[in-house]
Write a protein that binds this ligand. Structure first.
Ligand code: TEU
Length: 547
């Protein structure tokens, strides 16, 4: 594959635990990813991002790292990583690792030492506050519910953990800690890794340790030293190398994301922000029952598109990841096969024509749906199980709890990839670690590859036209009809070339606005253009001018 301008790259996210099991233990592994690299080459992606594969107790499926230098034996060995790198590179695919340096597992030897005594050399690698049991230092709330401080009897102190009790936040004020982090990242750069995704990286600089005026799960994000820390990280590790980076930004702002990604600031290549994936949170509450707000979705997407471009920043563009529900269920329509396929293509087309680096989450390319679990015992995710307990303790009835968990749980995207219609969807010969929806018998990779009208080939074509046409990467964007209740419409313009993107997010037939002329070369579509109306879930990209 020709050397590609990184801004034309497309990334495929693999959640190894649910991708492909070659040992029969019911969990995916590295050799399972190696086996499927030719499939990913057929799709045409440029990078594969692996969520954490390091040694971990797996309380948070690997985001609780106990040794950055060792591979979790459930996934395989360092030799498997070497083989994965060499095989991927031979197929023109680069490998991106997930780096979690806001926190470690409490099983990490740094923390084991740190908690031993107040004068332990590792004490200051973490954030401790002396205090009395049941009187936490601040009112900060964990993302996983409850107070963000956990009391530790051994030294009668609290440690900060913005996520699970088993994930202790690191103290980035400590220079020795930072130099150990830089050493670790340079180890993986020397190993041959091509890119990094930095987990909740905008949380590493904590504000003053006082009560937060913010409510709910807000806590100090985009902290006072975060840009200083990122510029140092850049300089000490990947800054002078051909390495693509993306920062996961929790509850961030457009202005900060411009600062994170404007190349003149030498911080990161790109960022994930999640505001567009909270348009079905009632009053900002994830665990609520609410249909998504389409107008708000368009507003947020376009606000970020226009303003990040103005600031010479760079966004990741994505619908889903291992923390989000499946997009065809969430923003599309998975109630009939026709609507699932049509809306799955429409969602892909309307997103991939935006400016930024597209991320395709495993299974999105074949329109996998939420599993629709009905019993809490089917869930595995620590955040969902914490939410169940908290909602129960708040007196919410079981039916409503299961409804909101069914809508929002991270497990919705963590069910195994449906490779074929054989037992366990061809994912494992053992017992899968989490359930597989029955629709695997018709929603699977094998069926998708055989069916030239499947969602898979829409994604394959979107990747191809992104590689071939500069307008998608460098063209200006012009939002249109932002108040239209069904249509998502925008223009891309580069020199004399203009493309129009129009998508019907509704299950209604909708008139094409009279001032939109779709005469021109159809670059990609999920239907034939009939007269001056759009059918439910129609999507068209038309080159209306230019050579
Ligand atoms: O996610 C950050 C985060 O806040 C997620 O928990 C997500 O945004 C939230 O669940 C949505 O409600 C990162 C990882 O992607 C996630 O898997 C980890 O659990 C988390 O950090 C802690 O490392």
């Amino acid at each position: 594959m020709a050397v590609l301008d990184w801004k034309k790259s497309v990334v495929y996210q693999v959640y190894p635990k649910s991708f492909n099991d070659t040992t029969g233990n019911g969990q995916g592994d590295l050799r399972g990813i190696i086996e499927k690299l030719p499939y990913l080459q057929t799709l045409g992606v440029d990078y594969v991002w692996l969520t954490p594969i390091y040694e971990s107790p797996m309380n948070d499926n690997g985001y609780d790292i106990s040794d950055y230098y060792q591979i979790n034996p459930d996934f395989g060995t360092k030799e498997d990583v070497e083989e994965l790198l060499s095989e991927a590179h031979s197929l023109g695919i680069k490998i991106m690792l997930d780096i979690v340096i806001n926190h470690t597992s409490t099983a990490h030897h740094w923390f084991v030492e740190s908690r031993k005594s107040k004068d332990n050399p590792y004490r200051d690698y973490y954030i401790w506050k002396e205090g009395t049991k049941d009187e936490p230092p601040t009112n900060w709330e964990s993302k996983f519910g409850g107070n963000a401080w956990t009391y530790d009897e051994q030294t009668e102190s609290y440690y900060l953990r913005l996520f699970d009790v088993s994930q202790a936040d690191l103290n980035w004020e400590n220079d020795k800690l930072k130099s150990e982090i830089y050493e670790m990242i340079n180890y993986w750069i020397d190993f041959g890794i091509d890119g990094f995704r930095f987990d909740v990286i905008n949380l590493i600089s904590k504000g003053a340790f006082e009560n937060s005026e913010a409510i709910g799960k807000e806590f100090y994000t985009d902290g006072p030293k975060v840009h200083e820390y990122l510029q140092e990280l850049n300089k000490q590790t990947f800054g002078d190398k051909d390495i693509m980076t993306v920062g996961e930004m929790s509850s961030t702002t457009i202005d900060n994301c411009i600062q994170y990604t404007n190349p003149e600031r030498h911080e990161l290549s790109s960022v994930f922000n999640f505001h567009h994936l909270k348009v079905d949170y009632k009053n900002g509450e994830k665990w609520s029952d609410m249909k998504f707000d389409f107008l708000e979705l368009k507003r947020i997407l376009m606000d970020w598109q226009v303003n990040i471009a103005k600031g010479n920043g760079w966004n990741a563009i994505f619908w889903c990841n291992h923390d989000q529900p499946r997009v065809v269920t969430r923003f599309g329509n998975d109630t009939t096969e026709e609507d699932r396929v049509k809306s799955g293509k429409m969602l892909a087309i309307s997103l991939h024509m935006l400016q930024g680096t597209p991320y395709i989450y495993q299974g999105e390319e074949i329109g996998m749906t939420d599993p629709k679990f009905t019993d809490i015992n089917q869930y595995r995710d620590v955040e969902s199980l914490n939410a169940y307990k908290l909602l129960k303790s708040n007196g919410i009835d079981e039916e409503m709890i299961m409804k909101v968990i069914g809508q929002k749980s991270r497990d919705n995207s963590r069910t195994p990839i449906q490779w074929n219609k054989q037992e366990n969807a061809g994912f494992t010969t053992g017992t899968p670690w989490i359930g597989i929806p029955n629709n695997y018998k018709h929603i699977n990779v094998e069926a998708a590859l055989e069916d030239k009208s499947s969602i898979f080939y829409t994604y394959q074509k979107l990747i191809k036209i992104r590689h071939e046409h500069d307008i998608i990467t460098y063209g200006e964007i012009e939002p249109l009809y932002m108040e239209h209740s069904d249509l998502f419409v925008y223009k891309r313009r580069l020199n004399d070339e203009v493309w129009i993107v129009i998508a019907n997010y509704s299950n209604r037939e909708v008139d094409i606005p009279t001032d939109i002329d779709l005469e021109g070369e159809i670059m990609i579509a999920n239907n034939d253009l009939k007269g001056n109306t759009l059918q439910p879930y129609d999507a068209f990209v038309v080159k209306v001018s230019g050579s």
